[in-house]
Design a protein around this ligand. Sequence first.
Ligand code: FES
Length: 170
Amino acid sequence: MSGTACACREIKSREIEIDYNLLDKIIRVDYGGNKEAMIMMMQAIQQVYRFLPEAAVQYLSQVIDVPTTKIYEVATFYASFSLEPKGKYILSVCTGTACHLRGSGGMVEHISKRLGITPGKTTSDLKLTLETVNCVGACAVAPVVVIDEKCHPKADISMLNDFIDHLNAE
Ligand code: FES
């Protein structure tokens, strides 16, 4: 599709307001609308929304003239892409060997129970996404929890409870 305005500019995706000017900047300005840069465009869009909203995928497809099925194929192939909204906070529990031996499995279970979500899922209020990761390279201070890219060494259930209490109070 060319640079003309289109009716889909009003589309909202899962209650997410899509900023089409920003999408245009990413797709047309930053990457010159070049379909070869599709993955980088997808990464940039995900950085904005913390996932790939359906309307953004449709718009990207129209602008670079690549079928949405191809974009979804790429999005599902790479684990770094998410097609579901992520929470305001992303809490990753390391389940690598050193962390596992020091009880990270119990921490995952505890968070899952308290928040009613399994790893990979997000709370219904979109406050938190629970993830697991395999070794973040800090085995000496296992078990490790990463909250929004900040590493928390020697994590324990009491620390996690404090964080969840803080979330609930927000
Ligand atoms: S196993 Fe968790 S940091 Fe290495």
